[in-house]
Ligand binder design. Structure first.
Ligand code: NAG
Ligand code: NAG
Ligand code: NAG
Length: 367
């Protein structure tokens, strides 16, 4: 009995030893290689740009020796984070921490606290010997494990990278493409994923965005609108006071570019149809009723028919797919409007004679 226990102990320890030895050998700096920023730095020799390559190598050495600024830099870069399978593609890292690494005048703290901090840290190790910058890589992945609901940018990964400012976006693209080609990151193996680099952006804020893109147009538009508003108001008051007391009014028109304003055109069409039918009903009431019911039934049948020919299944992704044929068109949407018109008519007709009881439950409506 004793021998059996002894032998089993021996085996147990032998196994433990083997496992820990294996772990140690694989742990020997290999796991850090799976972090994107470290992987980039370890390929510095591929660059011919002297400064960028030297600084990347300095960063690599700092991490290997666990020097604080190196760790802070690595810690500011993005990496695979939880939630990938459910669509979390934002591996942002921390831009503010990255830029703060160079901040030699941090928040003032009381003397004793600073004393305690410096007990464990060498102030010399806090700051990198070169400037850092924050970059963002846009990467398309093709893992089939991630859930898809058919939106446009759902397989686009945003990876934040805190790297030497001397590195150009071209340099980083060059290295990253190699990394993606060789499939050395953890996620390549784990989720059978391949990457395709779209673009590297330099997030240095030189306030250029104020000068290019839509901002100048928006400013000009705002100024023009404001000028138009003021001159319109002055004109209005002038006309009103001098000539047309309470007879005429000018209405200024706004061009809207708001996303949800697609509904305005539908609403306008419904309003015109409703108004025409209302006028018709004062003379030929039943003709108007028949037309209204025909439109209602036609809209229902048409919705059914279009759903049928496009093989629509009522799910979120299908709705995205068929926005143009099943969500926006007025002939699909006029049904609820007609029901509203009929309700309005009934309430007006039986004015105060129908008693609407309060219902104890709530109905949520989404059209
Ligand atoms: C500094 O550290 C010492 C020892 O760890 C601790 O007793 C003391 O409370 C700390 N002082 C402050 C101001 O945190
Ligand atoms: C790195 O960037 C520098 C500066 O833009 C450029 O001259 C050099 O060719 C780049 N090297 C590579 C390998 O992309
Ligand atoms: C992802 O892309 C790579 C390279 O283009 C390809 O070999 C691989 O089969 C793709 N994987 C999937 C799941 O489509």
């Amino acid at each position: 009995m004793h021998y059996v226990t002894f032998i089993s102990y021996i085996c147990h320890f032998a196994t433990l030893f083997c496992v820990s030895a294996q772990f140690r050998s694989s742990n020997d700096n290999n796991i850090i290689h799976l972090l994107p920023a470290y992987a980039i730095a370890s390929r510095a020799s591929l660059l011919d740009s002297a400064t960028c390559a030297t600084e990347l190598r300095a960063f690599l050495d700092a991490v290997d020796q666990r020097i604080l600024w190196g760790l802070k830099t690595l810690d500011s870069s993005g990496e695979l984070i939880p939630g990938f399978l459910y669509g979390n593609n934002f591996w942002l890292g921390s831009r503010s921490q990255c830029l703060d690494i160079m901040n030699k005048a941090p928040l003032e703290l009381a003397k004793q606290y600073i004393l305690n901090n410096t007990r464990y840290r060498d102030p010399q190790d806090e700051f990198p010997p070169f400037q850092l910058n924050y970059f963002v890589a846009y990467i398309r992945h093709n893992s089939t494990f991630q859930y898809h609901i058919n939106t446009v940018i759902e397989d686009l990964i945003t990876l934040g990278l805190c790297l030497p400012a001397s590195c150009s976006t071209n340099n980083i693209s060059f290295i990253l493409e190699g990394i993606f080609r060789d499939r050395i990151l953890l996620i390549n193996d784990l989720y059978f994923v391949d990457f395709n680099l779209i673009q590297i952006k330099n997030l240095k804020d030189n306030h250029q965005w104020l000068l290019n893109g839509a901002i100048p147009f928006i400013c000009v538009g705002l100024v023009l609108t404001f000028a138009l508003m003021i001159s319109g108001t002055i004109y209005d008051i002038f006309i009103y006071q001098t000539y047309l007391k309470a007879t005429n009014k000018t209405v200024s028109k706004y061009i809207s570019c708001l996303v949800w304003s697609w509904y305005l055109s539908s609403d306008m069409q419904f309003f015109i149809i409703g108004l025409a039918l209302l006028i018709l009903s004062t003379v030929y009431f039943y003709v108007a009723v028949v037309i209204l019911c025909t439109i209602l039934i036609a809209s229902i049948i048409l919705s059914g028919y279009i759903s049928y020919i496009y093989e629509y299944v009522p799910t979120l992704d299908e709705q995205y797919r068929l926005l143009d044929v099943l969500y926006f068109p007025p002939w699909i949407r006029i049904g609820p409007y007609i029901i509203g018109m009929i309700t309005g008519y009934i309430i007006r007709r039986f004015n105060k004679k129908i008693i609407l009881k309060k219902v104890k439950y709530t109905i949520f409506i989404f059209t």
